[in-house]
Design a protein around this ligand. Structure first.
Ligand code: ZN
Ligand code: ZN
Length: 240
């Protein structure tokens, strides 16, 4: 059985623990290493590895601590370049669409639409599940057959963000940057329409914006569309 446990999920930091039996993967590490340790009950060294989507601080803050603790971290060459000078034998370079193994997990990275070179998402197979982890992407050009678990960004509602901008609570530059780099509820709905969801068991919505989202409405809209349980990843599940 697969379990998905958010440690944190916001523009201040994103990190999630994916487990199946004794196998576990960390998805991004955008928290201080001490917070990650607390979130994992000090079992960091039992991780099979950490999959990193991109080099923005809210996804990589703890990577040096993980590498130093002997955890293999996986990211694209562009991401490692972006992080500079911190490449070790634990820094594994991955290539989009080329499958690799991390312990018993089968993983393939897919490209994303985001303002950080080399940003990827991951399809992860393990424990009888096919999971998609897609964070920080305006949309996805791919279709994903046979998904059982979806962990996906649902950053803002275009409607809410437009209202906030008109009312002056958000400047126009930030509005356009958010629209072109992060997935909206409306785009997520189109993504769900475009994919075969017949095997889907659960959805976790990630990376909700502080001022431009509405947890209850997001949950209701996605549940109505998919008919599966929808969970919202909490902003700070591990105390900061
Ligand atoms: Zn982010
Ligand atoms: Zn980002």
């Amino acid at each position: 059985m697969i379990t998905f446990k958010p440690l944190a999920s916001s523009s201040a930091g994103c990190s999630y623990l994916l487990s199946s039996g004794g196998n576990s993967l960390l998805l991004d590490c955008g928290l201080g290493f001490d917070q990650i340790q607390r979130g994992l009950a000090y079992k960091v060294t039992q991780l099979d590895g950490c999959l990193i989507t991109h080099g923005h601080g809210d996804h990589v803050k703890g990577f040096k601590g993980l590498l130093a603790a002997g955890v293999n971290c996986y990211a694209t060459l562009e991401t490692w370049d972006h992080l500079k000078a911190h490449r070790t034998h634990r820094s594994k370079i991955i290539t989009p669409y080329k499958e690799f193994r991390v312990g018993d997990w089968q993983v393939v990275a897919v490209d994303c639409v985001h303002d950080c070179p080399g940003t990827v998402g991951y399809v992860i197979k393990g424990g009888g599940a096919t999971c998609l982890y897609l964070s920080d992407t305006a949309w996805s050009r791919n279709k994903f057959p046979g998904l059982t678990h979806l962990f996906i960004e649902c950053n803002h509602s275009v409607e809410i963000m437009r209202d906030n901008t008109i009312r002056g609570g958000m400047d126009a530059r930030r509005y356009s940057r958010t629209r072109t780099n992060h997935m909206s509820l409306e785009t997520l709905e189109k993504f769900l329409d475009a994919n075969d969801l017949s095997s889907l068991q659960e959805i976790h919505l990630l990376h909700l914006s502080d001022g431009n989202s509405d947890e209850r409405m997001f949950k209701e809209r996605i549940a109505a569309k998919t008919g599966v349980p929808v969970y919202i990843a909490g902003k700070h599940e591990v105390p900061f």
